[in-house]
Design a protein around this ligand. Structure first.
Ligand code: AMP
Length: 190
């Protein structure tokens, strides 16, 4: 039996990363941990975290690293992660979060399989996001998120690359075409 998948998926907002994440979770049997989904659920439930996160999310800024690392540390400590594996979607987003992740994995005796980078050009993702019209997708928030991706998250590609974990996948094409590329990138690391 192959060991459980422990993967990270990176890509600009609107890259199709969420759709690919669902396909990966379904095909590889791993848990899909989307930090954006965790925060949106907290907002919907009106928890303390949700109250803190809502304005930050609407403006397109990033929620604090300590909060985010804490959320992921709690989830990755559960026994089902070692059994089923996990796909981290939307985390890490900063180098502090990447360092936090390294510590969390070490503490739980887990090893990363692969970091997938779903690559879609800025003009293509901007158009996709304006079309999908989510309530937090104002033109200003979209631009802010894309800028933060380039300044805070894109440097993580080198971080994963230096560890021999990075696989960049062309994210332009149909959902099935992109998933075929994604799964061969995953399989190359197992
Ligand atoms: P997403 O669904 O991943 O695009 O996340 C939606 C929003 O949640 C982001 O624009 C951020 O405000 C916040 N968020 C999600 N994940 C993180 C993270 N790892 N670090 C900081 N903020 C995050």
């Amino acid at each position: 039996m192959t060991s459980p998948l422990l993967a990270v998926i990176l890509g600009r907002q609107g890259s199709g990363k969420g759709t690919q994440s669902e396909l990966i979770a379904a095909n590889y049997g791993c848990i899909h941990l989307s930090t954006g989904d965790v925060l949106r659920a907290a907002v919907a439930e009106g928890t303390e975290l949700g109250i803190q996160a809502q304005a930050v999310m609407e403006s397109g800024s990033l929620v604090g690293d300590d909060i985010m690392v804490g959320i992921v540390a709690d989830r990755l400590a559960a026994a089902d992660i070692a059994t089923n594996g996990v796909l981290l979607d939307g985390f890490p987003r900063t180098s502090e979060q990447a360092d936090g992740l390294e510590t969390i994995l070490k503490n739980n005796n887990l090893a990363m399989t692969v970091a997938l980078n779903v690559d879609v050009p800025v003009d293509v993702v901007t158009q996709r996001m304006l079309e999908r019209g989510r309530s937090d997708d104002t033109a200003e928030a979209i631009q802010k998120r894309l800028e933060l991706y380039d300044s805070q998250t894109a440097p993580l590609l080198d971080w994963f690359g230096a560890r021999g974990l990075l696989e960049t996948v062309d994210g332009v094409g149909s959902v099935n075409e992109v998933f075929a590329r994604v799964s061969s990138a995953i399989d190359a690391h197992r």
